[in-house]
Design a protein around this ligand. Sequence first.
Ligand SMILES: NC(=O)c1ccc[n+]([C@@H]2O[C@H](COP(=O)([O-])OP(=O)(O)OC[C@H]3O[C@@H](n4cnc5c(N)ncnc54)[C@H](OP(=O)(O)O)[C@@H]3O)[C@@H](O)[C@H]2O)c1
Length: 158
Amino acid sequence: MKLSLISAISENGIIGSGLDIPWSVKGEQQIFKAMTFNHWLIVGRKTFESMGALPNRKYAVITRSQLTSNNKDILYFTSTDEALSKLATLTDHAFVSGGGEIYKSLINKADTLHISTIHKEIDGDVYFPSIPKGYQKVFEQDFSSSIDYTYRIWKKIK
Ligand SMILES: NC(=O)c1ccc[n+]([C@@H]2O[C@H](COP(=O)([O-])OP(=O)(O)OC[C@H]3O[C@@H](n4cnc5c(N)ncnc54)[C@H](OP(=O)(O)O)[C@@H]3O)[C@@H](O)[C@H]2O)c1
């Protein structure tokens, strides 16, 4: 299974404040919507609580609690390894979609990183981990918006 990671990060490395994303950038969410359409997203319980289940996406939610769902498109797992094993039987491509704890646990396993840098220093308390060595930037595009941002794709060097 291919594993991609998708995130938006401020200039000072912030991805969240409490449960929220502390900015609103016109258009930037379209990248997330387009990339993840009809795919499985791996999310931490806090991110799932915060964003809820968007239509046309399926969720593997990581939690230490024993939670269950009647919805076949929402599965709960007590570890990221368990989620990856099950998803490998269901799909050939899944997206690590936050938040901070889940990015930190899985960034090393991601084949591709889709990262929008929001060109502003923003207050918050949830940080993105450093991009590990061994990734190469393969795409970059600047966008002008309510806050300018740059979308980059990084690929793991095989
Ligand atoms: N900017 C972006 O692109 C972006 C994207 C997504 C989210 N966010 C932001 O990120 C923030 C949330 O991030 P966060 O780090 O606070 O929380 P999180 O990663 O969304 O979720 C943390 C929760 O995941 C579960 N968990 C984590 N590691 C686990 C493990 N090894 N085994 C079992 N369960 C585990 C635990 O759930 P339980 O407590 O239930 O056990 C933990 O409390 C929010 O502000 C959100 O808006 C930003």
